[in-house]
Design a binder for this molecule. Sequence first.
Ligand code: NDP
Ligand code: 8X3
Length: 253
Amino acid sequence: MKKIVMITGATAGFGEATAHEFAKNGYDLIITGRRVDRLNALSETLARSYGAEVFILNFDVRNNTQTQKSIYNLPAKWQNIDVLVNNAGLASGFGPVQDGNIEDWDKMIDTNVKGLLYVTRCVAPMMIKNKKGHIINIGSTAGKEAYLNGNVYCATKFAVDALTKSMRIDMLPHGIRVTSVCPGMAETEFSLVRFHGDSDKAKNVYKGLEPLSAKDIADVIYFVASRPANVNIADIVVTPLAQANTSNILRKE
Ligand code: NDP
Ligand code: 8X3
């Protein structure tokens, strides 16, 4: 029987690239997100290119009722999830806390922290029942070090870091692996979303440097998932060569 990976936020960026990586390596996939047209297109591509079976779940991770309904109603075969990639997330806004937009804050906290928890709350008991599994949370360098104007986004990723450490303790008696993958600057739709669709501001983030690609991170996610069963990679931080940490970034003129 083929292994099953569930990837939240598979309609773009890391999630989409990770879906390709796992499908290429023989997994069947549960792909989730809000943009169902993209999920349908990705499902067709994965089936055609790699012969993968794909199950689509179209829900908003901020909505616990939708999340529970989607996951609990998975057909029995699809509840046999080997790897959960908690990837859905975003930054919304960039500025000092005193000018912060409450809607942006709620969006980030509800998606990056509560959404990750809602999904995990549904999937972890399935893994415990099946006596196997691997939860991979997508953190960030922003969850290791705060940076100027990052405040609430950084706080959500610090929360992911704490949750990953806690989950590893909770899952210990059940033989379930828990990992965080923490990327630095990667050019996906992330900055476009952060700057509310302003493509000039989004492009400017990566000016003068070669950022990570979604594929760079998908490779790392597959790597941690494909270690021997006795190996758990706890935490992995990946930056572009031009980024030493969240604030020291080398840009060419
Ligand atoms: P993208 O914007 O390219 O992709 C984000 C994905 O998350 C989309 O598939 C989107 O799907 C999904 N998503 C967002 N909100 C929700 C929601 N409420 N419910 C369901 N799905 C949602 O960004 P990235 O691929 O770059 O980001 C993926 C993860 O990586 C995020 O957690 C981000 O914080 C993190 N990260 C990104 C870095 C970067 O520099 N790019 C660096 C470090 C971490 P849809 O809109 O269809 O729902
Ligand atoms: C996203 C990367 O550098 O914008 O987590 O925080 S960064």
